[in-house]
Ligand binder design. Structure first.
Ligand code: LLP
Length: 465
């Protein structure tokens, strides 16, 4: 962002594709979330806090169900949308997505426990993971999850052994899918198809490994082979890579049918639907991708002479990411004179907030960018070039590296950072013994706590030495 001078249009930072749809600005410039003034939220619940727009999240869940349901109905196929709980899972969120017609994808015993606590029926839950413990597999079998997505040849044998030990037989087999790495990897605008065998997930399509794994599952009567699963990456912006993966997976399905006579009923095409983190980014067109994918699946199946399978997808970020923002309080404001690359100097205003890398590791971990704005008032027309930083003992603890804020930003102000609903609270830590923030739901003028703030007692309770 260029060095700042002069007024900035206030609306600019409330780009509707970045902020939750029920967030607006009050006349005095304060942020209002689903009818709740953020100043009221800060007074009642303190900061930092994740503020989650319930209606917005539900609408995003519905969009996936409706868009994929309609597009695949056109080609005579059914679709299941699994919400990827790793992006953010709580009991309430699991209930909401279920009420909107989604299933829940989990990737650990902990996520499975939350989904079950929420009352999601086992058959509507999936379990992933490249290194599931026997205990996790056993709990999934006992809960009668709808699918265990096996990630390695060795795991097929472990799941089969646990299924047998739990008394499951050909009459009542444990449903599994096999996670396949197609060699297609996508993320951002990239579409790279090399070198992705060099990672830990799944079983490669290459050299017949995936086919062999599918056949291995068929050799176990206590397992029911639902189909093959592919997840190609995150923050994907268009349909091309999904279509390429679908093509590869449908080919694998036809190869298995050719080799064994078994046509598996399902193919899972994973998650990774991209969102906009900043005003200049464009979120993926969910309806457009659903239509393109349905067309491709139908076309490829026609070429292969196989019926269209039941399809599943696993969006996480695109359901919860834009539905929440983080509310921080500003502490220290410190102008620092910085040498520019051209040798000149400029002033960068360091604005410290009361959270940071413990509630949002993504800027440090991935160089992820976000947008934010003063949230309790409009602020002056004049702006400063600011860097919003956290309160951790690390100079890399940056929330917004380069952002224009009103020049009168001051200690005590509130600052909101948009699109933090996915992989924010779910990747939060207690670094420096900070307390992980609460997740507050806002709806129809009311706020309520979904996940409470940690307390120092919580931290001390773990320290038993
Ligand atoms: N399904 C599987 C098998 C996955 O591994 C993932 C994400 C998803 C679905 C959901 O992907 P989404 O729709 O949320 O992009 N921590 C990173 C993202 C890691 C995603 C890992 N797997 C981040 O903060 O960007």
């Amino acid at each position: 962002m260029a060095a700042a001078a002069g007024p900035v249009p206030r609306e600019r930072d409330l780009a509707p594709h970045v902020w939750p749809s029920n967030v607006s600005l009050a006349d005095d410039g304060a942020l209002v979330a689903a009818g709740v003034d953020v100043r009221e939220i800060a007074r009642t619940y303190d900061t930092p806090a994740f503020v989650l727009d319930e209606a917005d999240l539900r609408a995003r869940a519905r969009l996936f169900r409706d868009a994929f349901g309609a597009a695949f109905a056109e080609v005579g196929a059914e679709v299941d949308v699994f919400y990827a709980g790793k992006s953010f899972l709580s009991v309430a969120v699991a209930r909401w997505v279920r009420e909107e017609g989604l299933r829940v994808d989990t990737c650990s015993g902990g996520e499975l426990a939350v989904a079950l606590r929420a009352g999601v029926p086992g058959p509507e839950i999936g379990l992933h993971g490249n290194n599931k413990s026997d205990d996790e597999i056993r709990r999934a079998v006992e809960a009668r999850v709808g699918r265990i997505v096996v990630d390695s040849p060795a795991e097929i044998e472990r799941v089969a052994a646990i299924a047998s030990a739990e008394g499951r037989t050909a009459a009542d087999p444990v449903p599994v899918m096999v996670r396949v790495t197609t060699g297609i990897h996508a993320g951002g605008h990239e579409f790279i198809s090399t070198a992705h065998e060099d990672q830990k997930f799944g079983i490669p399509l290459a050299q017949g490994h995936a086919l062999a794994a599918l056949r291995a599952v068929l050799g176990h009567p206590e397992l029911e082979l639902l189909g093959a699963h592919s997840h190609i990456g995150s923050q994907i912006q268009d349909a091309a890579a999904f279509e390429a993966a679908a093509r590869a997976m449908l080919g694998l399905r036809a190869d298995l049918a050719g080799a064994t006579g078994v046509l598996v009923p399902e193919v899972d095409l994973g998650g990774g639907y991209g969102i906009a983190y900043t005003a200049d980014e464009t979120p993926i067109d969910v309806r457009g991708v659903a239509r393109a994918l349905a067309r491709t699946v139908a076309e490829v199946c026609a070429e292969l002479g196989t019926p269209v399978p039941r399809i599943s997808v696993e969006p996480g970020r695109a359901v919860v990411g834009p539905a929440a923002f983080t509310l921080y309080r500003v502490g220290v404001v410190k102008p620092v004179t910085v040498t520019a690359p051209d040798g000149g100097t400029f002033v960068r205003t360091y604005v410290s907030v009361d959270g940071g890398m413990s509630d949002n590791i993504r800027p440090v971990l991935y160089g992820a960018t976000y947008t934010g704005r003063l949230a309790n008032r409009a602020g002056s027309d004049a702006v400063v070039r600011a860097r919003v930083v956290g309160k951790h003992c690390e100079s890399g603890d940056i929330v917004l590296p380069d952002v224009e804020l009103p020049a009168d930003v001051a200690p005590g102000d509130l600052l909101a950072v948009a699109a933090t609903g996915a992989y924010g609270r779910s990747m939060a830590s207690n670094y420096n013994h900070l307390l992980r923030p609460p997740v507050l739901a806002v709806r129809d003028g009311q706020a309520r706590v979904l996940v409470r703030r940690e307390t120092e007692e919580d931290l001390l309770a773990l320290d038993v030495g």
